[in-house]
Design a protein around this ligand. Structure first.
Ligand SMILES: [Zn+2]
Length: 294
C-alpha cells in the first residue's frame, strides 16, 4: 500500500471513528489474520479512493452550479434591462399617442370653428338675399305706383329693363376678372353656392363707379359681403358692389352713371383686394358678363 493511500485510509477511519461510525474500524480490528487485515485495509482504501472521486465530482458540480447561477444572474440582469427599455419605449409611445390626440383635438376644434363660421356666412348671405328681395319688392311697388300716376296724368312712363340699360364697367382701373359668374366658390362657402357675380382684381382704394343711373338702396356692412352697396336702376334691375374698403354714398342717394360710389377693398369674406360686382334682375342674379365689359 502506498503511504498516501494509507494516510487517506487512516483519515477515513479516524473520521468514521470520531463520528461514531465504527463499522470500518471494527471491520479492520476484527480481522482474524494479517492477510485478512491487509485485504480489509485494501478494501477500506478503495472506499477512500471512491470518496475522493466523489469529493472531486462534488467540487466540479459545485463549480458548475456556481457558473450556472452566474449565467442565470446575468440573464436576469439583461431581462431586467430589457424590461426597463420596454417600459421606457411604452412610455414614449404613450406620450406620442397623447400628443397626437391633443393635435387631433385641436384639428377638430378648428373644423368646428370653421363649420360655425361657415354657418354664419350662410346665414348672413341668406339674410342679405332676403333683404334684397324685400327691397326689390318695395321698389317694384313704388314703380308701379309712379307708373299709374303717370298714366292717370296722361304721361308716358318708361320702365327700364336689363335690355335697355347700358352698363358701364364698374372698376375703371382694372379689367382683370379673377372669378366669373357661376364659378364654384372657395370650399368654405360650400359646394352648393355658385359665384353670384364677377370678381375684378384691383388695388385697395381704387375707384368703384355706379354702373348706371339709379338710387342707392343698400349702403352698409355685412359679415360676408363686407362694406357693400346695392343700387336700384328701376324695372327690378339692380347692381351690387361688395368687399369695399370705403363707402362714399348713403342709402337713398341718387347716383349717376360713372359716379365714384366706393373704394376697392377686401372686407367681409374675401381673400384679397377685389370688387365683387353683381347684376340682379327679377329677384335673382344674372351673369354680368352678358351686360358689361371692360
Ligand atoms: Zn365674388
Amino acid at each position: 500500500m502506498e503511504s498516501g493511500q494509507y494516510s487517506a485510509m487512516k483519515l477515513r477511519i479516524k473520521y468514521m471513528y470520531e463520528n461514531g461510525e465504527t463499522s470500518f474500524a471494527e471491520l479492520i480490528m476484527d480481522s482474524g489474520s494479517i492477510s485478512e487485515l491487509l485485504n480489509r485495509a485494501e478494501y477500506v482504501s478503495q472506499i477512500a479512493e471512491y470518496d475522493r472521486k466523489k469529493l472531486h465530482e462534488y467540487g466540479e458540480i459545485k463549480d458548475e452550479v456556481a457558473a450556472k447561477e452566474q449565467a442565470l444572474n446575468l440573464e436576469h440582469d439583461s431581462l431586467l434591462a430589457l424590461q426597463e427599455t420596454t417600459r421606457a419605449k411604452q412610455q414614449s409611445v404613450e406620450q406620442l399617442m397623447s400628443s397626437k390626440q391633443a393635435e387631433l383635438k385641436a384639428v377638430q376644434t378648428k373644423i368646428d370653428s370653421a363649420q360655425s363660421e361657415l354657418d354664419q356666412y350662410a346665414a348672413d348671405i341668406k339674410a342679405q338675399e332676403d333683404q334684397m328681395k324685400r327691397i326689390e319688392a318695395e321698389m317694384k311697388r313704388r314703380e308701379e305706383e309712379a307708373r299709374k300716376k303717370a298714366q292717370e296724368a296722361g304721361k308716358t312712363y318708361t320702365v327700364s329693363n336689363l335690355g335697355n340699360i347700358s352698363f358701364k364697367w364698374p372698376c375703371p382701373s382694372s379689367s382683370r376678372i379673377t372669378s366669373n359668374f357661376g364659378d364654384r366658390e372657395s370650399p368654405t362657402e360650400g359646394a352648393s353656392s355658385n359665384h353670384k357675380g364677377m370678381d375684378i382684381g384691383a388695388a385697395t382704394g381704387a375707384d368703384i363707379i355706379a354702373a348706371a343711373d339709379g338710387q342707392v338702396v343698400i349702403s352698409t356692412y355685412s359679415y360676408s359681403a363686407g362694406n357693400y352697396i346695392m343700387i336700384d336702376h328701376g324695372g327690378g334691375v339692380s347692381t351690387v358692389y361688395m368687399h369695399c374698403s370705403q363707402l362714399l354714398v348713403s342709402e337713398g342717394a341718387k347716383v349717376t352713371q360713372g359716379q365714384v360710389i366706393a373704394k376697392v377693398g377686401s372686407t367681409g369674406y374675401s381673400t384679397g383686394s377685389h370688387l365683387h360686382f353683381g347684376i340682379r334682375s327679377g329677384g335673382s342674379y344674372v351673369n354680368p358678363r352678358n351686360y358689361v365689359s371692360p
